[in-house]
Design a protein around this ligand. Structure first.
Ligand SMILES: *Cc1c(COP(=O)(O)O)cnc(C)c1O
Length: 879
């Protein structure tokens, strides 16, 4: 690390220009072009030199220029209008404000939560704040921005990494090099949270050995949303602790654990301090964006215990108001710590005081058949601390249900209580201004874009204007790519004289394909190199060539990923193809914008089903790019056969090398037979009619779905609202709900071994039944010490999978028809199921605990089936 420390001298703005300070201090400029135009007008050259960052702009502009602007009535009027527009945006009613407000202690109150705290280890808001590594962070950034647009009262919580993630350059040999420039928060659009006496607010934690760790809090204004970032880099911490918030995803286990303790535990304390100092309503819902934030639940348990609850009661209260989102189906992507390391932090001098150590360890333990007893799993803890859990696409929800089935033993995969909310992207961040302008010309009222009908109007764009827009964006990408490539070659040691060829790299009239993402192995950066001769032939075709722009960072500890980058870079270095394929270093939000806006085709070829969602393809689609992707993540859900192309997968092939070969061949075929011919099928005016039809269909079919505002609305109506309701129910009468639920669960758990399905019989299927007939089911169930209204007895019917699970079963509640024995613990149940589908099916009966405060019938992981289970053998065949 260099010995140079940086600091920032703040500009003093003349009074007339004070609104400039306010505009720069709120990140809304990052997605509001009219605000950026104001800054650009101050001095276009400086604006370009500072990378379009208003804070840096104000640091660079001369006081003479400021005085000039202060005396310019036209500029001042413009500035005042921009400031008034910001005020409107910040304080006017938006989508969320249409719903009724109500008192929080009223349990019949249907109101949405008064506030939601959203925790994430990373945030991608703008390239000026390099606090993200990839999709997870970008998603969190887009979540905050869309929440702001919708008026959702969210508080974001994260860490301030002094060295961010890393910036990437290449060595002469094409090897990734990492750089960690230090940021100075005083030069960034954030302010320090201070108390009534103007002292920095200190968030304190205790580490083993009674070592204090404190953090300062920075507040970033993301439109209407405050984002609190905890920062350990200050004088009061022992020198070795100042580095706790040094880098995103750097360091070993202990370092990561400290970061996550600060994020989760410190984060809740920061939220409390913020709400108290600013009179912000306290959050009713806490959202863990991935397992890194899981410790927030323990701090909330402590808070409830401090109010007099026992651990189990506090756990119920916490769970009711917690949402956990899992983001990866890759086991290596799940955060796990050595169990004894966590134990050390929760035993003597615990980080969170007063919690029973064994219970804390139990929350993160993999105590299911394939689990590893030596680890503490943050995702598992998240799921146990949250009553509501979701994945990030429909396919990922299904994969997660299989992956975490062990937490709900006895339940078929399909009923594991993990739902899904498919990710989305923030349009104003990612869509080119030209595309936004075109959309506005055709559909002047942007509110229409919340509805499919609004998007359908896009077909009213003429082919000429649409193609003009696409050509403009492609051309701009090429200018940007050449500049970046030149810079990269200079860093790799080339002299200017050797770089003349760079001026002719990429062609504005050639079909342009983009591939940019992090470089974990499942994303298969180098799949396109599988048959180099075939790729080369496409790149150098004299009539209908292809050109490819590639970017991506490998995690600094991932040597394998760096080798993949080197392999690609070496290929692009070849003078025979280097004018048609380029690798651009330092993939960040600015480069991502340039790529998703300029590329005609967005390529994605992960190993299905390891891409949880993927969002870069959504950004491309909104700019009129076409997706060419494996049907994984969001594309598995929304590819409709004509809004892009699906690369066929060979999932059933277990040899991974062979699978790559098959999938790569399918990819080349698609390019040669469909993508390339269609792009170059241009009419006399140079318009590729069929291509443009597909672009329009992409916008119409995907536009309404891929927006992050759709996603945030889904979270609000599907998860935040019900979590707030549950939370209120548990809090009523001095937490009586939580106490009742905890003791009920305890009693049911203890009594459950006595519950048995004694006997099942069916009627109505003697002769081969026909569709439309009814299956009459009668069961006798032993309830032990439980009451009939504490259980639910259901009949399930459906097709039977090869693993003897009922697929997507039809469930019917059976009704109690009376006692079967003397002592009243044997109860008869009966009901009938209409037989709706022809073919072989199976049925069974199951008994579950039921309580009005459970969010899902599978929540407790308790279920009793007949022994032996009724499976295929006892099934009926419908004709
Ligand atoms: C959108 C984006 C991502 C996520 O893209 P995926 O398709 O999920 O891989 C990663 N990094 C940057 C800089 C992005 O803009």
């Amino acid at each position: 690390m260099k010995a140079i420390r940086t600091f920032t001298v703040r500009t003093v703005l003349p009074d007339e220009l004070a609104p400039l300070g306010r505009l720069a201090a709120n990140l809304r400029w990052a997605w509001h072009a009219p605000t950026r135009d104001v800054f650009a007008a101050i001095d276009p050259d400086i604006w370009d030199a500072v990378g379009h960052d208003p804070s840096r702009m104000l640091g660079e502009v001369t006081s003479e220029r400021l005085a000039e602007l202060a005396a310019d009535p036209t500029f001042r009027e413009w500035l005042d209008r921009a400031a008034a527009d910001l005020d409107d945006y910040l304080h006017g009613p938006r989508w969320y404000q249409q719903f009724p407000e109500g008192a929080r202690d009223d349990t019949t109150n249907p109101a949405l939560p008064s506030a939601i705290a959203y925790f994430s280890a990373e945030y991608g808001l703008t390239e000026a704040l390099p606090q993200y590594s990839g999709g997870l962070g970008i998603l969190a950034g887009d979540h905050l921005k869309s929440a702001s647009d919708l008026g959702v009262p969210l508080i974001g919580v994260g860490l301030l990494y002094r060295h961010g993630y890393f910036s990437q350059t290449l060595s002469p040999e094409g090897w990734q090099l990492e750089h960690y420039p230090e940021i100075d928060p005083r030069g960034l659009p954030m302010t320090q949270l201070r108390d009534g006496t103007d002292e920095p607010v200190r968030i304190a934690l205790t580490l083993p050995g009674a070592v204090p760790l404190t953090a300062h809090v920075w507040v970033v204004r993301v439109g209407r949303i405050p984002l609190l970032l905890l920062d350990a880099c200050h004088q009061e911490n022992a020198p070795e602790l100042r580095g706790v918030t040094d880098r995103l995803y750097g360091g070993g286990s202990e370092h990561r654990l400290r970061q996550e303790l600060l994020l989760g535990v410190g984060g809740v304390r920061a939220v409390r301090a913020y709400c108290e100092l600013t009179d912000h309503p306290e959050p009713e819902v806490f959202h863990m964006n991935e397992g890194h934030a899981g410790f927030l639940g323990l701090e909330r348990v402590r808070e409830y215990m401090k109010r007099g609850l026992g651990f189990d009661q506090a756990l119920e209260a916490t769970r009711a108001g917690t949402v956990f989102t899992t983001h990866t189906p890759v086991p290596a992507g799940i955060d796990r710590f050595p169990r004894e390391l966590v134990e050390r932090h929760f035993t003597r001098d615990p980080v969170v005081a007063g919690l029973p150590t064994d219970r804390v360890l139990g929350l993160g333990s993999e105590d299911y058949p394939e689990g590893d007893p030596s680890v503490f799993n943050m995702a598992v803890m998240g799921m146990r601390l949250a009553q509501r859990v979701n994945g990030v696409s429909s396919l990922h929800g299904a994969v997660s249900r299989g992956m975490f089935q062990g937490l709900w033993p006895g339940f078929d995969t399909s009923v594991v209580p993990i739902s899904s909310v498919t990710n989305g992207v923030h349009a104003r961040t990612w869509v080119a201004e030209e595309a936004q302008d075109l959309a506005q010309r055709i559909v002047p009222d942007s509110a229409e874009f919340t509805r499919p009908e609004g998007w359908r109007k896009i077909t009213g764009a003429s082919d000429t204007e649409l193609w003009e827009m696409r050509r403009t964006l492609r051309g701009r990408l090429i200018v940007d790519a050449r500049a970046r490539l030149r810079e990269s070659w200079r860093q790799r040691g080339a002299s200017e004289a050797e770089l003349g060829w760079v001026d002719d790299v990429l062609d504005p009239d050639v079909l342009t394909v983009g591939f940019a993402r992090r470089v974990p192995s499942y994303k298969r950066l180098t799949l396109m190199l599988r048959d180099r001769a075939r790729l080369k032939a496409m790149l150098t075709d004299p009539e209908r060539p292809l050109q490819i722009v590639i970017a991506g960072k490998a995690h600094p500890a991932d040597e394998g990923g760096k080798r993949l980058i080197q392999e690609i870079v070496r290929f692009t270095d070849d003078p025979e193809v280097r004018h048609r394929i380029v690798f651009l270093p330092d993939y960040d939000m600015a480069l991502a914008r340039s790529l998703v806006q300029g590329c005609d085709v967005w390529l994605n070829n992960p190993l299905r089903p390891l891409e949880a969602c993927g969002t870069s393809g959504m950004k491309s689609a909104l700019n009129g790019g076409l997706n060419l992707s494996v049907r994984d993540g969001w594309w598995a859900e929304w590819f409709d056969g004509s809004n892009g192309w699906a690369i066929p997968t060979a999932e059933s092939v277990s040899d991974s090398d062979r699978r790559d070969e098959l999938e790569a061949a399918a990819l080349y075929d698609l390019f040669e037979e469909q993508v390339i011919p269609q792009f170059y099928d241009q009419d006399d005016d140079g318009l590729p009619k069929r291509w443009l039809e597909m672009v329009k269909h992409t916008l119409v079919s995907l536009g309404p779905k891929v927006l992050a505002t759709r996603m945030v609305r889904d979270y609000v109506t599907g998860l935040y609202h019900s979590a707030a309701q549950s939370s209120r129910l548990l809090a009523r009468d001095g937490m009586a709900g939580a106490c009742a639920l905890a003791s009920w669960k305890q009693r049911v758990r203890a009594a459950w071994p006595e519950v048995r399905v004694q006997h099942v019989e069916v009627g109505g299927v003697e002769a081969a039944p026909q569709v439309g007939a009814e299956l009459e089911v009668r069961a006798t169930v032993a309830l032990g010490s439980l009451d009939p209204d504490e259980v639910r007895v259901q009949a399930a019917i459906g097709r039977v999978s090869p693993t003897e699970e009922l697929l997507d079963p039809e469930l019917i509640d059976l009704s109690a028809t009376g006692a079967a024995g003397e002592d009243g613990t044997l109860v008869r149940y009966a009901g009938s199921i209409p037989l709706e589908r022809a073919g072989a099916c199976g049925y069974t009966v199951r008994v579950l605990p039921t309580h009005p405060l459970l969010a899902n019938p599978a929540e407790m992981g308790l279920v009793t089936l007949p022994a032996p289970p009724i499976g295929m053998g006892d099934g009926v065949v419908l004709r």
